[in-house]
Design a protein around this ligand. Structure first.
Ligand code: PXG
Length: 450
C-alpha cells in the first residue's frame, strides 16, 4: 500500500491514543507516545520525518545501516530473490545463496573462522554461540565446563543467554535468576583515562582478572569468555592496548573458548571487516548481525574455527542424526542472504571498510573538539564510533542525555543515548561535512542544556 501525503500527515499528527497498540522495544513508551518521533523514508545519510523534515543519521539507524540508506542494489536483490525463491526450508534443505554467503564470510574473517551458522539477529547469534560452546565441551567429554565469563557493562542481546552473560544491570534486574552460571570481568572504562583518543595506552592488566576467576571457579568448570571487542551499548568503551591479546593468552592457557561479539564492531565499524582483524586477535567464535545486510533484512551469523565444527561433526552418532540440535525456521533465509550478498558487494566495490578507517580520524578530531563544553566529562572513540559522556543531573539519572537526544532530533540529527552517554556511529559513507554537521548540532545542543 502506497501512503498518500495525507496519510503521512495523519501519522505525524496522530494523537497518543492511536499509538497505544504498539508496545515499543527498549523505548520509553509513555514519553514517546506523548511526543512521537515517526520516520517515513530514508536516503543516503538522511531520514525523513513524518512532518517532512530531514534528519541526519548519526547512528546508522541502530549501528546497522553501514552503507547508508536506500541502497537500490539491495532493494533489487531482495525483490529478485522473493520472485525467484521466496523461502527454502532451513532444516535438511539448502539453496545456493546460503552456501555462497557462508564461504564469503569465512573469507572475510581473519584466521580460520571458517564455518558459519546463520540466525536472524544478534541476540540469536549470541545464544547460538553459547549453545555451540556447551555442545563442544560436552562432545569432548568436558561437560563440566558450563560456566561463562562475561564482562561488566557488556551487551549481548535480549535472549536469556545473552542477558545472562550481559553486564548492564538495568537489562537484567526485572528478569529473575539467570539461566546460566556466569561470572564477570571488570569493564575497561577508567575515568582517570577520560578524553583518551582511541585505545588507552594502559589498562591491559584488567584482562588479568580472568586469572582470578579461573582460580576461583576452577578452569575445568569454565566454558568460554564472551566480550565485545569494544563495548557498544554501554557507550563505546574502548579496549586498552594489548587487552584483547592478553584475554586470548589466558583463555589458551586454561582451555577456555573466546567469543568476540562483533554484532556492532564488524562490517567496517572499526575501520576493518572485523575487530578481530583490526586488533589482531583471533577468537574461537565470532557473532555477527546488523551490518551483515546493511540493516535491511534481519540476519545474524556465528562463525567458528574448524576444531569446534569438526568436534561436533565427529559426534558418535549415526549419519542420519542431527549433530547440533539447534536452528531457526529462518536460518539462512534466501531473502536475507540476497540482501547480505548485495550489502557485501557494496562494501567491497565502494571500499567502505578502508574508507571508514580514514574517516575515523576525522570523527576522532571532530568529537574531541567538544571537550570543554558544558557537562562533558569524557569523550571516547573507536573507528567510526564515538561517545560523549555527560555528567548526570543530581538525583535524576539519564535525564540530561535523553534531553540532548530529543533536542538533537528537533534540530535534525539522530543520535543515541545510553545512560549518561551520547553515542555516535554514522554510516561509513559519511563525508567530513556530515561529520562536522553532526558535531556542530551536538555542540549547539550541549550549550542549551542545564
Ligand atoms: N550483541 C551486541 C554486541 C549488540 O550490540 C546484540 C548482541 C543483539 O542484537 P539484536 O540484533 O538481537 O538486537 C547487540 C545489539 C544501542 C543498541 O544503541 C545496541 C544494540 C541494539 C540496539 C541498540 O546501544 N545492540
Amino acid at each position: 500500500m502506497k501512503r498518500s501525503a495525507s496519510d503521512l500527515h495523519d501519522l505525524a499528527t496522530r494523537r497518543p491514543e492511536s499509538l497505544e497498540a504498539y508496545w515499543m522495544p527498549f523505548t520509553a513508551n509513555r514519553q514517546f507516545k506523548k511526543n512521537p518521533r515517526i520516520l517515513v523514508a530514508a536516503e543516503g545519510m538522511y531520514y525523513t520525518r513524518a512532518d517532512g523534515h530531514r534528519v541526519l543519521d548519526g547512528m546508522s539507524g541502530l549501528w546497522c545501516v553501514n552503507a547508508g540508506h536506500g541502497r537500490k542494489e539491495i532493494a533489487a536483490a531482495v525483490a529478485g530473490q522473493i520472485a525467484k525463491l521466496d523461502y527454502a526450508p532451513a532444516f535438511q534443505m539448502g539453496h545456493p545463496g546460503v552456501f555462497a554467503l557462508a564461504a564469503r564470510l569465512a573469507r572475510m574473517l581473519p584466521g580460520d573462522l571458517d564455518h558459519v551458522f546463520f540466525v536472524n539477529s544478534g541476540s540469536e547469534a549470541v545464544d547460538t554461540a553459547l549453545k555451540m560452546v556447551l555442545a563442544f565441551h560436552h562432545a569432548r567429554g568436558e561437560g563440566g565446563r558450563q560456566r561463562f565469563i562475561g564482562r561488566e557493562r557488556g551487551y549481548h542481546g535480549a535472549g536469556f543467554g545473552g542477558m545472562a552473560v550481559g553486564g548492564i544491570a538495568g537489562n537484567r534486574k526485572a528478569f529473575g535468576t539467570p539461566a546460566l552460571a556466569v561470572d564477570y570481568l571488570p569493564h575497561t572504562h577508567d575515568p582517570a583515562r577520560a578524553f583518551t583518543r582511541g585505545e588507552p595506552e594502559s589498562g591491559a592488566e584488567l584482562a588479568d582478572d580472568l586469572e582470578r576467576l579461573v582460580a576461583l571457579h576452577g578452569a575445568g568448570t569454565i566454558a568460554a569468555v564472551i566480550v565485545e571487542p569494544f563495548a557498544g551499548s554501554a557507550g563505546v568503551l574502548v579496549p586498552p592496548k594489548g587487552y584483547l591479546k592478553r584475554l586470548r593468552e589466558i583463555c589458551d592457557r586454561h582451555g577456555l573458548l573466546l567469543i568476540f561479539d562483533e554484532v556492532i564492531t564488524a562490517f567496517g565499524r572499526i575501520g576493518a571487516a572485523s575487530a578481530a582483524e583490526r586488533y589482531g586477535v583471533i577468537p574461537d567464535i565470532v557473532t555477527l548481525a546488523k551490518g551483515l545486510t546493511n540493516g535491511t533484512v534481519p540476519m545474524g551469523a556465528v562463525a567458528v574455527r574448524p576444531n569446534i565444527h569438526a568436534t561436533l561433526m565427529a559426534a558418535d552418532l549415526p549419519e542420519v542424526m542431527v549433530e547440533f540440535a539447534h536452528g531457526y525456521t529462518y536460518s539462512g533465509h534466501p531473502v536475507a542472504c540476497a540482501a547480505a550478498h548485495a550489502a557485501l558487494d557494496i562494501y567491497e566495490t565502494e571500499g567502505l571498510f578502508g574508507r571508514a578507517a580514514g574517516s575515523a580520524k576525522i570523527l576522532e578530531d571532530a568529537v574531541h573538539s567538544l571537550r570543554g563544553l558544558p557537562h562533558v566529562v569524557d569523550i571516547r572513540n573507536a573507528g567510526m564510533a564515538a561517545a560523549i559522556e555527560l555528567e548526570p543531573r543530581e538525583g535524576r539519572a539519564n535525564e540530561r542525555a535523553f534531553e540532548a537526544y530529543l533536542r538533537c532530533f528537533e534540530r535534525g540529527l539522530l543520535i543515541r543515548t545510553t545512560g549518561e552517554t551520547i553515542a555516535l556511529s554514522p554510516p561509513l559513507i559519511a563525508t567530513p561535512e556530515h561529520l562536522g554537521e553532526i558535531v556542530d548540532i551536538i555542540s549547539s545542543v550541549l550549550k542549551t542544556l542545564d
